[in-house]
Design a protein around this ligand. Sequence first.
Ligand code: OOG
Ligand code: NI
Length: 265
Amino acid sequence: MNTLFNALWEDYIAITPDALAIHNEFKKLGESVITNDHIALRTFNDGLINLKHIGEHLKQFGYQEAGEYHFEEKKLYAKHFAHETDKDAPKIFVSELLLEEFSSELQMFCRGLIAEANWSIGKNGLQLPSRPWGKISRTAYEKLLEESEYAAWLAAFGLRANHFTVSVNHLSNLATLEDVNEFLKQKNFELNTSGGEIKGSEEVCLKQSSTMANIVDWKFEDGTYPIRSCFYEFAERFAMENGELYQGFVAASADKIFESTNAAA
Ligand code: OOG
Ligand code: NI
């Protein structure tokens, strides 16, 4: 399991300089261990990369299904997976794009990528992280953006950690999510303000915030262009009536977190 998270982290920080910079700022504050609440993956609802197959792949690392979520407007379905025995292991949030709800043009394009993925997975098995298809063109990316920011991101980046999430409960020098946000703003990191800087509340037992994804130079079939890559998230969990910390997600908040990769205005 640690090998999986190490590989995902290395791949993630290579294209998310803000995450590494914030991680290092926390270390400077005296946080010796930074605990991850969860990471997230994105995929299409078809072929060997669909949510069901990813879920099966995660079983070998000791993960099992622990909750499901619907996002009607964004046309997504998601599940989260939790480790069977290790309570401190990061949860894994996996969403998939509901292809049949989009134009036939988008479907045709994405099913082409899925065909490439099926071929590569048939040969080498499912790898995380990976983009089991080739570079797309800038025109294809722009076309996808018109219908779904998520589809454009997924086609460009593939199966990789879309974000890591710091567990605020485990920090010793910043007590609340509000403190974390103040600290980040002081250091000039850009926060996602969709739905407010803080998504969720103590009532729903989960408060979350995130940076806006970094803008990185990304290689397309026809050249290199700056686009938003990945973001860093911060989560503070609260106790339920039975006294235990809530371990699920909140769809209304997640809906806004997805927008952390939206194209720069
Ligand atoms: C996932 C967004 C949802 C959360 O913590 O609610 C999420 C994504 O952007 O792929 O991570
Ligand atoms: Ni998240």
